[in-house]
Ligand binder design. Structure first.
Ligand SMILES: Cc1ncc(COP(=O)(O)O)c(C=O)c1O
Length: 374
C-alpha cells in the first residue's frame, strides 16, 4: 500500500518538518500530507522538466488544464462550468485576499467563520476591512455555522462579503444543501457576495455526504466566487496553483482587475500537475479516500480512549479538531508537544483549548503519535 510508505522529507525543507527539526516531535500540523503524489503527476512533471524551457505560460491559454478542471467538476461535483469562468491564481490564500479587494471598499466588513484557517481570519484585517466573526456551533454531534448569527450580521449595511470555508477547516464539516440554501438566501437578501474556499472539497470522507460547490447553488451562481485547487488532495501545494470559478462576468472582471500588478500567473508546473490530477488520477484519489477513512476511524477510536480529549464527527479533510479542554491544562499545544506530538495550535484558529491533528500520514505515524499520547 503506497500510503503506508514513510518518506523522509528532511532534505526538502518541508515547512511542516522544519518546525520540529532536531527534536523528537512528530509534526502533525501544516495541511499537506506525507503521501507521494500519484505517479502520473510525477511522470508528467518529469516530462515537462525534460523539455528544458520554462518561460511564460498564460494559464487561460493552457487548454488541457482548463479542460481538466471542466471535466473534474462535471464528473466529481456535477457542476457544468464553462472554461472561461475559470480564473487561475497562484494559491487560494491570494485569491480570497483578492476577493476582499475586488468586492469591498474602505469601511466595509467581511464575515468569516470562527474557528478558521488563520489566513482566512487575517484576510479582512490585511485589506483594512472589519472582520465579523460567525461562530461555529455544535449541533447533533457535528459542527455547523451559527445561521442565526449569520442572518443578523449580514444585515449590517457595511457587510459586503462572506468568506466561507466549506468543507470547514479546522472542524471538518461539509455544508448541506439546506445549509447552502440558507447561505444563498442570506446573501441575496442583504446583497452580500460569497467567496467560498473549497480547497478541501475533494476530501469527502463521509460517504453519505456530497460536496456542493457554491457556484452551483441556486441563487449563488451570480453572486459567488468558488475557490478550488488540486493541491490538498494530490499533495502539490508547493506548486502554487489554484483556481477561482466565477460564473458572473461582472464579478469575474472585478476579481481579475483586483489581481492586476501584483498577483502572478499560476505556476506552469502546477498547471501540468493539475491537468494530470484531474484527468489521470481517479483511482489514486479513491484509494486516498479509503486510506484517510481508515485513519479517521482509528483516530476517533483513540481519542475516545483518552480521558480529557473529545472530537466531533469529521465529514471531510484530513484534519481532526480535538477538544482538549477536558485535560485541564493551560496550554494543550505544549501538553501535546511534551508528549512528542506536534499538532496545530488551536489558538491560531481561534480556540486555545483545541488542537488540530493532521491525519494525512502513514498509519504507522498515526499509531506512534497516539502511543505517545496514551
Ligand atoms: C481552507 C484553506 N484555504 C487555503 C489554504 C491554502 O491555500 P493555498 O496554499 O492555495 O494558498 C489552506 C491550507 O491549509 C486551507 O486549509
Amino acid at each position: 500500500m503506497q500510503f503506508d510508505d514513510v518518506i523522509d522529507r528532511s532534505s526538502t525543507f518541508a515547512f511542516k518538518w522544519e518546525k520540529y527539526k532536531g527534536t523528537d516531535i512528530i509534526p502533525m500540523w501544516v495541511a499537506d500530507t506525507e503521501f507521494s503524489s500519484p505517479q502520473p503527476i510525477i511522470d508528467a512533471l518529469h516530462e515537462r522538466v525534460s523539455h528544458g524551457l520554462f518561460g511564460y505560460t498564460l494559464p487561460s491559454q493552457y487548454t488541457p488544464a482548463n479542460d481538466a478542471v471542466v471535466r473534474w467538476l462535471k464528473d466529481k461535483h456535477d457542476w457544468h462550468i464553462q472554461a472561461d469562468w475559470i480564473v487561475w491564481t497562484p494559491g487560494v490564500v491570494p485569491a480570497f485576499n483578492v476577493a476582499c479587494k475586488a468586492y469591498c471598499q474602505e469601511g466595509d466588513a467581511v464575515m468569516v467563520q470562527t474557528p478558521n484557517y488563520p489566513p482566512l481570519r487575517a484576510a479582512a484585517g490585511i485589506n483594512k476591512l472589519t472582520r465579523i466573526e460567525i461562530d461555529t456551533i455544535e449541533q447533533n454531534g457535528r459542527w455547523t455555522l451559527d445561521f442565526k448569527q449569520l442572518a443578523e450580521q449580514a444585515q449590517r449595511p457595511e457587510c459586503k462579503l462572506f468568506i466561507v470555508c466549506n468543507p470547514m477547516n479546522p472542524v471538518g464539516s461539509v455544508l448541506s444543501e439546506e445549509d447552502l440554501a440558507e447561505v444563498a438566501r442570506i446573501c441575496a437578501e442583504n446583497d452580500v457576495t460569497l467567496c467560498s474556499d473549497e480547497i478541501h472539497c475533494d476530501l469527502i470522507l463521509d460517504e453519505s455526504k456530497r460536496h456542493l460547490p457554491a457556484g452551483n447553488i441556486k441563487g449563488l451562481e451570480q453572486r459567488s466566487v468558488t475557490l478550488m485547487a488540486a493541491s490538498k488532495t494530490f499533495n502539490i501545494a508547493g506548486l502554487g496553483t489554484s483556481f477561482a470559478i466565477i460564473p458572473d462576468a461582472k464579478l469575474r472582471k472585478q476579481f481579475i482587475a483586483a489581481t492586476q500588478g501584483f498577483v502572478p500567473w499560476a505556476n506552469v508546473m502546477g498547471l501540468v500537475a493539475t491537468e494530470v490530477a484531474f484527468t489521470q488520477c481517479d483511482e489514486w484519489h479513491q484509494q486516498l479516500l479509503d486510506y484517510l477513512r481508515q485513519n479517521l476511524a482509528y483516530i476517533e477510536q483513540q481519542v475516545e480512549q483518552i480521558d480529557g480529549l473529545r472530537m466531533l464527527k469529521v465529514d471531510a479533510t484530513y484534519l481532526a479538531w480535538i477538544d482538549a479542554s477536558g485535560l485541564g491544562v493551560e496550554n494543550p499545544q505544549k501538553y501535546f508537544e511534551d508528549k512528542g506530538v506536534g499538532p496545530s495550535p488551536g489558538v491560531d484558529f481561534g480556540n486555545k483549548q483545541f488542537v488540530r491533528i493532521n491525519f494525512g500520514c502513514p498509519k504507522s505515524m498515526l499509531k506512534e503519535a497516539f502511543a505517545r499520547l496514551k
